[in-house]
Write a protein that binds this ligand. Structure first.
Ligand SMILES: Nc1ncnc2c1ncn2[C@@H]1O[C@H](COP(=O)(O)OP(=O)(O)OP(=O)(O)O)[C@@H](O)[C@H]1O
Ligand SMILES: [Mg+2]
Length: 266
């Protein structure tokens, strides 16, 4: 059809994610990373940040839970130094955290929002930085986290903002957004369902419930939905450490062969 561009599906360069999302992620998607505290949402965003920068794509990191300095340190602890990318303009921060602190920055790559609860201004700033960075059909916007934004302002207004970011950012500028959201906060319970139907993709993170029953925390990831792509939907165990996300293979105890041996002895 005239005027319609063919959709581009892209790899994340995170091996485990790319193996699960066989068809790649449509570039014009708004994806949610949903999970409990400590399941690895921010670490995955950190790895996406590094992987996109490494292949020369611009990254806009919207920092709400943490200061840009902490994001740097966290990514550094995963084994990657991203400071050069700040200097060469490929990485920028929209900082909705540091208004709480007295410190003033003169780093060009950090734009501090004095009033992050002013959501129309937030959206305008976000879109104008995307344009300054030439984000059209390239790059990624990472948001950590939507939950923090909901604690700062009216959650229904945050839903409205996400609709605007998806329309003006993902669709109009054909740029991937990945945003974290905390699962399990009673105050925002109803909103998880609302986001569910707004967004293009949902990646769930959790602790394996069977292991949790014996007080062992095994992280798991599952691709719940990605519009316009083929993907697996099973839960996969993973760990986070130096060099990011890795699958975790837990050896099953060979009960059957042992019990066979025992029964043979009889
Ligand atoms: N650099 C690292 N080295 C080793 N493990 C790490 C590293 N960074 C994160 N992790 C692992 O990931 C866990 C926390 O991950 P992360 O901060 O990404 O969780 P989160 O889902 O963002 O949590 P929250 O909802 O509290 O923000 C840690 O407890 C640790 O197990
Ligand atoms: Mg986090």
């Amino acid at each position: 059809m005239k005027g319609f561009k063919e959709r581009q599906n892209i790899k994340t360069d995170i091996k485990l994610l790319d193996e699960l999302i066989i068809g790649g992620i449509p570039r014009d998607s708004f994806i949610l990373l949903l999970g409990e505290g400590g399941t690895g949402k921010s670490a995955i965003l950190g790895e996406l940040c590094y992987r996109f920068l490494k292949r020369g794509e611009p990254v806009l990191y919207v920092a709400l839970d943490n200061s840009p300095q902490s994001v740097f340190s966290d990514i550094n602890s995963l084994g990657w130094d991203i400071s050069n990318f700040c200097e060469n303009g490929l990485l920028r921060f929209l900082d909705g955290y540091s208004y709480r602190m007295k410190a003033e920055y003169d780093e060009k790559c950090i734009t501090v929002l004095k009033e992050p609860d002013d959501l129309p201004n937030f959206t305008d700033k976000l879109v104008s930085i995307m344009d300054e960075m030439g984000m059209n059909g390239r790059g990624i916007v990472l948001v950590d986290s939507l939950t923090e934004l909901m604690t700062l302002s009216d959650p229904s207004q945050v839903v409205e903002s996400v609709k605007n970011w998806r329309a003006r950012g993902s669709k109009e500028r054909n740029t991937l957004f990945v945003s974290t959201i905390h699962f399990g906060l009673k105050a925002f319970e109803g909103f998880a369902d609302v986001f569910d139907y707004i967004v293009d993709g949902i990646i769930d993170l959790r602790y394996d419930p069977e292991y949790m029953a014996s007080d062992v925390l095994v992280k798991q990831i599952r691709i719940r939905k990605i519009k316009g792509s083929d993907h697996y939907t099973n839960w996969v165990n993973f760990v986070i450490g130096k060099n990011g996300l890795k699958p975790l293979i837990i050896e099953e105890k060979k009960k059957t062969s042992n019990s066979k041996k025992k029964s043979n002895k009889k």
